[in-house]
Design a binder for this molecule. Sequence first.
Ligand code: NOJ
Length: 760
Amino acid sequence: MKIIKFVSVAIAIVLFASCTKKENTISSIDKRVDSLISLMTLEEKIGQLNLPSAGAFVTGSVESSDIAKKIEQGKVGGLFNIKTVANIREMQKIAVEKSRLKIPLIFGMDVIHGYESVFPIPLGLSCSWDMKLIERSARIAATEASADGINWTFSPMVDISRDPRWGRISEGSGEDPYLGSQIAKAMVTGFQGNDLSANNTIMSCVKHYALYGASEAGRDYNTVDMSHNRMYNEYFPPYKAAVDAGVGSVMASFNEIDGIPATANKWLLTEVLRNQWGFNGFLVSDYTGVSEMINHGIGDLQTVSARALDAGLDMDMVSEGLLTTLGKSVSDGIVTEQQITEACRRILEAKFKLGLFDNPYKYCDDSRAKSEVFTDANRAEARSTAAQSFVLLKNANNILPIKKSGTIALVGPLADAKENMTGTWSVAARFSESISVLEGLKKAVGTDAQIVYAKGSNLTEDEVLENNSTLFGKGLHRDKRTAAQLREEAVRIAQGADVIIAAVGEAAEMSGEAASRSNIEVPEIQRELIQALVKTGKPVVLVLFTGRPLALAWEDKNVSTILNVWFGGSEAGDAIADVVFGDVNPSGKLSTTFPQNVGQVPIYYAHKNTGRPLSGPWFQKFQSNYLDVSNEPLYPFGFGLSYTTYSYSDIKLSSPGMNASDSLVVSVDVTNTGSREGKEVVQLYIRDIIGTITRPVKELKAFEKIYLAAGETKTVKFTLHQSDLSFYNADLKFVAEPGEFHVFVGGNSRDVKQASFVLK
Ligand code: NOJ
C-alpha cells in the first residue's frame, strides 16, 4: 500500500516538475495544477485559500499572527499590504524553501491610481474620458508595482455610485454604466497587458462585486436593496466588462444583496458571475468579509465560512474563517473536499498564469525596483494625466487662465498640503515628494510673478472632524490661531494681489473608505474665508479639492471661477499650475452629477421619466418635483468648460430607420469657435421611447474625445448597432425592442442636439 502511494506521489512530482518550464498554455497549466493538487493534503489545499494582511496599512482588525510560521506550514496562499523587493523576497523564500510543497505566494496590494507615481483618484481619472490615458495610467502603475515585488492589485473599483455622501464614490468612475464599463476594460488591460506571465504585468481584481456603491443613505458598508432590473441594466455592466476583458480575479463586496451578504451569495458569485458571464478566475472576499457575516446575522464562523465556499468564494482575506473551520466542515459533511479542491485549483491557476511556479522571484529584481519606480517619465505622465482630469465648472469673465505676472495670492488649507495631493488609496505614495499647489505655482512663474501665501483657514472648525479626515499621514498641520486671525492674514495678502487663488475643499481622507458625509458642502469655515476673499473685490479662482461631487450652490452663486481638481496625484501642484496658467486647456467632463443640495441625492442624468414628469417651469403641484429646489442638477453629467468654446451642428443620420442586423451612423460637425486649441468630449445618448419596461430618459452609448485647433471643424461619426439599443427586459433577456429612438449628441448630457430613428 505504502509503496503504491510513494510511486504515485513520485509520478505526480515528475509530471509537475516536467511541466514547470513549459509554456503557460491553458492545457499545460491544467496538467501542472492537476499534478500539484494530487500531492496536496486537505490542510494544504485549505491553506491556499488564506490571505492574511502582512503590513501596517490595514482597513480593519488584524486576525493573523505569526505569518512566517503559517507560510512554512502551508497555511497561507498569498499576502497583501507588503511592499519592497526585500520584504517580498523574504516571505517568498519561506514559501518556496521551507513549506513542504514549495508553492509560491501571490502578493497583493491596493494599487489603485498609480503606485509611487500617483495618478488622479479614480473619480478624477474618469473625468478625462480618455481610455488610452486611463489604460496607460494602469500600465505605469503595474510596471512600478511589479518592479517593487507586487503581482496582484485590488483594482479596478467599478462600483457605480449615484450617492455623493458615500465616501468611496471617489474610488470609482462615477454614475454611468457605459462610461464605467469602458474604464473597467481600460484598467484591466492596463494592469494585465496581453501577457500576464511577463514580469511587468500584474493580475487585476475587479471590485467590489457587487452593487457596493448603492449602500443606503451613502453610509459605508450599509445595506443594499435593488431590483434585478436595475442590477442588470445599471450596476452590473462594469463588472461584466472587466470579466469580458479577462480580469484574473474578482473581490466580493461587503454589502448584502437580496438579504444575503455578497460573500455568501451563490446566485451572485456562481450563477451570475461564473455561469452567466463565464468568469473563470478566482474570487476573493473583501477584508474580513467572511467573518463579518457573523454580524450580518447569518451564522457563526464555521457556518459563514462554509456558506462562502459553497457560494463560490475561493480566498478569504484576513478572517481566517476558511483556514480554521473548513477542515471541520468537511468532517461534519457541510462542505466537500472537492469544493475545497476547486477553490484551491483556481488560486493555483492564477499563480501559474503569473508564472510564479517558473520563477517565484520574478518580481523581485532589485535593479528594476531602482530604475522603474517613480521615474521622471512616469511622473511626467502622472502630471499630464492629472491636468486632463480637472473639470472647469465655472469661468465667468474668463478669469482663467491667469497670466504669469504681477502678484498672485494663494490661500486655503489645501494650498501648502503636499501630503493631501495624492488623495485616498495612495498607500505607496512618497508624500514628501508630492508637489503642492504652492510649489507648483512658484515653479511655474519663476521670477515672472510673485506668489504670496497664507493658509486662510483650517479644514474645518471641528478639530475631531479634521483629525478623522486627515488620517494615514495626510495631516493638514492644523493652525492654532483663531479662524478670524487666519482669515485676516489671508485678506491682508489678498488685498495687495492682482488675483486670488483659493485652494479649498475636502481633505484627501474626507472621501474613500469609511469616509461618508451627510453634509456634502465645503466646510463652513472655508466658505467664510471665500466670502472674505470675494469681498476684497479681487478676482477669486477656487481650486477645489474633492473626492466626491459637492453641493456647490453657494460657491456657484458667489464666486466667478471654479476649477475642480479632485486629488490629482503626486504631481498635482504642477498640473494645477499647467491649467491655471493656460499651458494646458482643461477638457475634463464630469462623470457624476453635481447636485444643488444633498436633498436631491440620488440625482443622475439617466433617470426614469415617471408617470408625472415635470414639464414646464418648476414648481407644479401634482408633478414629480420639490417645493424647495428644482429638479435640475447644479452641474450635469458630462459637463465641463474649456478655455475655448465649441459649437455642434445638427445631427445627421445615415438612415431614418435601422434593421436589427444593420447599423446606423450618427454624425455631427463640431467646431472650435474660440481662439485657442482644445479637446472636447463629444457624447452620444439615446432614449428608447417605448419599451416593455420603462427606459431612462437618456443613456450614454458612445463618446469620443477629439482635438480641435482654433477655428477647426471635425465631423464625428458614431456607429450604433443593435447591442447599443438593447437592455435586459423583465425576463432579464438582453433584447432590443423595435420602435422609435431619440438620439442626442452634445458636449454634456443636458445641452444636446436631437434626432430620431426607428428600429424596425
Ligand atoms: C477593504 C476595501 O474595501 C478594499 O477595497 C480593499 O481592497 C481591501 N480593504 C484591502 O485593502
